[in-house]
Design a protein around this ligand. Sequence first.
Ligand SMILES: *Cc1c(COP(=O)(O)O)cnc(C)c1O
Length: 245
Amino acid sequence: MNDKEHLNNIQSRYIRTLENIKQVCSQCDRSPESVKLVVVTKGHSAEDTHAVIAAGARYLGENYVEETTQKKAALDQVAGQVAWYMIGHIQSRKANLIPAVYDQVHSIDRLKIAEKLNQQLERSGTKLPILLQYNVGGEAQKHGWQANDEKSWSLLLPEFLKILALPHLCVTGLMTMPPFTTDQNEAFNNFMKLQKLRVFFQANISGLELKELSMGTSHDYEAAIRAGATFIRIGTAIMGERAYK
Ligand SMILES: *Cc1c(COP(=O)(O)O)cnc(C)c1O
């Protein structure tokens, strides 16, 4: 496969994915505009990233701040045409680098990181949209607040409220990365748990509106759309295999 073919493949997979999103939306009575496609470009070159932007991608997801910084520099003016979202676990010593590089963070997984980001944003006087990450599948190694057991959801309220009170962060929604499964029903049930958690927070915090649900990846995004995802994060199905997870 030559380079041109390789870049064409990225573009046609992007277009095909968009068409599939439209089809799933019509099946479940949602408007396609209500689902934003975040193309996950981590582990892919600036050239490949350029190809997907040229195909029309407007939201990109990345996991490592150094990688994103280099990629944005390599893409030059083109980098400004898209919104860059942090979707990976943030190490606390890197938190101060985040606001300069990303337009949103989908992966706030602990209070300490939110506080560090807020401190950093205080200096520039700006506000950053964030989503809070919850672990709805109960896997011990996954990041995010443990939210597997619905009966203990009220224990999540104190830290949620502390983050809501941070003046330079704007909590727009929730994010999850459930256990890998090829069973679409199981995937749907996991995503519905995040949907229910959203309802729980809104019912228990007066005036709160959580607009966004960031959930669903290459193998399970159709189930995520059916469960109400507003952001789906797709890497492999568009960009191809990467060297690392
Ligand atoms: C890598 C990653 C994705 C993309 O996964 P694919 O299976 O390649 O679609 C989505 N979300 C998060 C948080 C990721 O780390």
